[in-house]
Design a protein around this ligand. Structure first.
Ligand code: RIB
Ligand code: CA
Length: 316
């Protein structure tokens, strides 16, 4: 049973990643020890509300959810309701949720760090999975066995010509996270994660597999917003599920390959903000700090999602 801590900015693809993690937790394949959130798709309070709501709908109301750092390290916060909807879950409004006794007061940012510290001290093989901006990761310091969704390497950005959203939202955090890494971070970047998509037909397969799970009834209106957004971007009536593939890779649940590289991030340039560069040939003479995923089997990922979603005891 793999212990997992997820740090997310729940949004729609984060929500599907949480749904998948919850299914594995219910099957006893992972032990989801907690979730923390950053600001990105929507603000940090809403990402925490959304994360709480998704886990509650998946029967994991006992798993702690804590908001992390409220804003990026240096740049002002930019959110993207046009991509993920007013509340971050497409057309779904999760309503008010009880997140933490601290949220209603001025919550102490340190309590999310206590959750990280406790999880790492109690679980020697803990996997940390970051599917939003790296604000919490940079703030906390070096972490072991970490997988991050972010960046784009020799591949068009989705936020600027050279930048991917998570890294663009908090470029200083991404730069810091790679600079302070004491073991390579597994990096799932756009060139790989854009390849895992859902469309209305594959969404229906997921809904059928989920059967009477409460979360299933919300997916059509959650994903319709995402389908419409991607169509407006010329991608077709589909949704790229970046964070779900990231979680599968972090857990080794879908085949993938990596190459050892040294990553650095442009943080201060206006035009090149959030640009990620991977030194693959040792030009910089610096220790590698990343395992860049360069291929993943998305067909296997689709099958894995349906396997996890089926709650039959055989688990096939
Ligand atoms: O660029 C894709 C990433 O940005 C995903 O994590 C998505 O949730 C958004 O946060
Ligand atoms: Ca995300």
């Amino acid at each position: 049973m793999i212990p997992v801590l997820i740090d997310c900015d729940t949004g729609i693809d984060d929500a599907l990643a949480l749904l998948y993690l919850a299914a594995l937790h219910q099957k006893g394949e992972v032990n989801l020890v907690g979730a923390t959130t950053t600001a990105g798709n929507v603000d940090v309070t809403q990402t925490a509300i959304n994360t709480r709501w998704v886990l509650d709908q998946c029967g994991l109301g006992h798993i702690p959810v804590l908001p992390g750092q409220p804003v990026p390290l240096k740049v002002p916060l930019t959110t993207t309701p046009e991509t993920h909807g007013e509340f971050g879950l497409g057309y779904i409004n999760p309503g008010p949720q009880h997140i933490s006794q601290h949220l209603n007061q001025q919550h102490s940012p340190s309590n999310w760090q206590d959750l990280w510290r406790d999880a790492m001290s109690q679980h020697a093989d803990l996997r940390l999975i970051v599917t939003g901006p790296a604000t919490n990761l940079a703030t906390f310091g070096p972490t072991p066995r970490t997988t991050l969704m972010g960046g784009t390497y020799l591949y068009p950005g989705n936020t600027t010509p050279t930048a991917e959203w998570n890294t663009w939202v908090d470029p200083h955090a991404a730069k810091t996270a790679f600079a302070q890494a004491t073991e390579p971070i597994t990096v799932c970047s756009l060139g790989v994660t854009e390849r895992l998509t859902l469309n209305p037909d594959s969404l229906q397969l997921l809904i059928d597999a989920l059967s009477d799970a409460p979360i299933a009834s919300y997916l059509p209106e959650m994903l319709r917003f995402y389908f419409e957004f991607h169509e407006s971007q010329g991608e077709g009536y589909l949704a790229q599920i970046h964070d779900l593939l990231t979680v599968m890779i972090a857990l080794g649940k879908a085949p993938f390959t990596t190459r050892e590289v040294t990553v650095d991030v442009e943080a201060d340039s206006e035009l090149m903000r959030g640009t990620t560069v991977a030194d693959m040939r040792g030009h910089w003479g610096r220790e590698p700090n990343a395992l860049l995923v360069d291929d993943a089997d998305v067909t296997a990922a689709h099958a894995e999602l349906l396997r996890a979603a089926r709650n039959d005891s055989k688990g096939q």
